[in-house]
Design a protein around this ligand. Sequence first.
Ligand code: LMR
Length: 392
Amino acid sequence: MLDRLAPQAPDALLALIKMHRDDPRTDKIDLGVGVYRTGQGDTPVFAAIKAAERRLVDEQDSKSYLGPEGDMGFVEALMPYVFGEANPTMGGRIEGMQTPGGTGAVRLATALAKAAGVTRVHMGTPSWPNHAQILADLDLEVAGFSHACPDGTADLDAVLSAIRGAGEGEAVLLHGCCHNPTGIDYTPEQWDAIAAALAESRALPIVDVAYQGLGHGMEEDAYGLRAVLAAVPEALVAYSCDKNFGLYRDRVGAFYVMAAEGGQLPAILSNAAALARANWSMPPDHGAAAVRLILRDPDLTAQWLDELDTMRTRMRQVRDRLAGAGTAGSVDLTPLGIQNGLFSVLPLSKDQIAALREDHAIYMAGSGRINVAGLTEANIDKFIRALAEVTA
Ligand code: LMR
């Protein structure tokens, strides 16, 4: 029976990791999967995480099961950062649970939306490819709208008309900050307009926040999410700590729900717990426990925020450097200076992307997405030269 299964192509983005690893050229450049790299090209464990892990080894006295909600200390400690210190539960209307990474959170949010009656999800395109894969796996219909204008700014009209056209049984999936793959975020004024449109709409907002702190700062990057939550009666939030705590393979995420009334939360979360149990039973503990220890200790929190600042500053420097180069061949690099986070998309053809890989050992996603953190003092000139050569 199993021989009926047709072979599937490997995930294109994850396949790039292996292709880059297997390339023997010593001057190869990895601009593929979204991991932060230092100016030396490394992806080290945060010092704050190392310190928390040491404490965990000393103090953790059991690895017995927790439950489908995972580490609730972690889930709650994160809330002031996500929803704001002043009112982290929106008056008792927000609660959450831990998930295996941001992917688990997106899966749970969309599966719960489906269980509540959502059949159609409006989503800006391009988007993180796994959004579409998860929605397809759940048999949810996807209605795409354009995310970006050709000048490298966000297409506000498209998102507003998608929201205004969305009815009962529909959801709108938004990236909270550091849009993946374009790096093009809505401005605070645009978020206010989006929040106002959502307030008028019957559509359920689902906000994916996978890169908080990597754009302009933890508070600044939460502007859009908080504007939406302040305007609407209910919403779902998918959160990832994989990037802003550097915990990628430990899979640390959280799912939050804001209900119209606090009294609705137990029933809603019982559904989320049932979905989690059927999907992964309970999330992996280690990384979330380390984040909890950091967020409950002011010294470790300060150390973590400092490390996050260093990451953000370096990515901003790379972006400034690229934007300062102006153009490389036919590619205008200036919009990268106002974009945010790890990613931007370059207007390259499949052949040009292949030529960069084959002739210059430069690896990027097939969409033209680059991870700017893969560029360093040592390789950025080579990258700009190669770009000019393949697009000349
Ligand atoms: C990425 O987009 O590179 C990351 O979010 C990693 C992933 O899981 O796709």
